[in-house]
Design a protein around this ligand. Structure first.
Ligand SMILES: NC(=O)c1ccc[n+]([C@@H]2O[C@H](COP(=O)([O-])OP(=O)(O)OC[C@H]3O[C@@H](n4cnc5c(N)ncnc54)[C@H](OP(=O)(O)O)[C@@H]3O)[C@@H](O)[C@H]2O)c1
Length: 251
């Protein structure tokens, strides 16, 4: 990769914080970034054996922690630990989220509040926390929000979830403008892929999604990770965008 001469360009991220890096897409992103030589900090409420194994294999390049993304104080101390272990954070992947499987009329008030807190409020707070530190240090960097095709298309049973994903896509655009090119801010919006979150979908729903997908299969995490890596690492002028990775299922 040849480096553009313009020093105003946002450099590739070298220390990336991945929320929800313990399984599913988050774990695939952590693995892919490590393969690309990036130093990675990952957290989730429960550290899985897979994430523990990566930390043991790359003790100098991985820092993991058990943190609830809705606990701002815990997130703050994790960020400080990461900076001591790996150096200043210059990339964030907001990936942690919870799913939903309930018609809106039947979703309890507390459940709506919890989905919004986990999927919208917490990533906004985490982003604020990290970019304040980056700006204070004069660092430039990259932010990737993992959203969903549900932010743009309707799916029954996912009303509050879809609202949070659409909200993060809107935040992506405004933050990209607000940061004035000091950081590149983008969303990656995958179609449905197999994970603990999507396990609530029955075989009929999954068949229906596959039938509607021109590429003929559900999205795989490995089909999403190169896009996330590109947004964090390549010299591009992509900023404030939502990149859909769904095999054209939603077209
Ligand atoms: N699966 C799909 O079909 C699909 C489609 C489009 C977009 N997405 C998006 O892709 C991302 C990853 O989804 P996935 O399917 O890989 O989900 P997943 O397998 O359920 O993994 C979610 C990750 O987030 C963590 N997490 C959840 N709540 C958390 C909290 N309160 N604090 C800290 N960590 C938390 C989980 O760990 P703990 O539970 O241990 O905390 C786990 O590491 C999400 O943003 C999701 O909305 C998924």
């Amino acid at each position: 990769m040849s480096e553009p001469a313009d020093t105003q360009l946002v450099p590739p991220s070298s220390v990336v914080l991945v929320s929800g890096g313990s399984r599913g897409l988050g774990l695939a992103i952590v693995t892919d970034l490590l393969d690309a030589g990036v130093r990675v900090a990952a957290f989730a409420r429960t550290i899985t054996p897979e994430l523990e194994k990566l930390a043991a294999e790359h003790p100098d390049r991985v820092h993991v922690g058990s943190v609830d993304v809705t606990d701002l104080r815990a997130a703050q101390s994790f960020v400080r630990e990461v900076e001591q272990r790996l150096g200043p954070i210059d990339g964030i992947v907001n990936n942690a989220a919870m799913g939903q499987d309930s018609l809106h009329a039947h979703t309890a008030t507390e459940d709506i509040a919890r989905i919004i807190e986990t999927n919208l409020t917490a990533p906004l707070q985490l982003t604020r926390l990290v970019i304040r530190r980056m700006l204070a240090k004069g660092l430039r960097g990259r932010i990737v929000n993992i959203t969903s095709i549900c932010g743009q298309r309707g799916f029954p049973g996912l009303v509050a979830y879809s609202a949070t994903k659409g909200g993060m896509d809107a935040a992506t655009r405004s933050l990209a403008r607000e940061l004035g090119g000091r950081m590149l801010v983008n969303s990656v919006a995958p179609g449905f892929f197999a994970s603990e979150m999507s396990a609530v979908l029955g075989p009929t729903q999954l068949d229906q999604i596959v039938r509607r997908t021109p590429t003929g299969h559900l999205t795989e995490p490995v089909e999403v990770t190169p896009v996330v890596r590109m947004l964090l690492r390549e010299h591009t002028n992509i900023n404030g965008q939502v990149i859909v990775v769904d095999g054209a299922a939603s077209i």
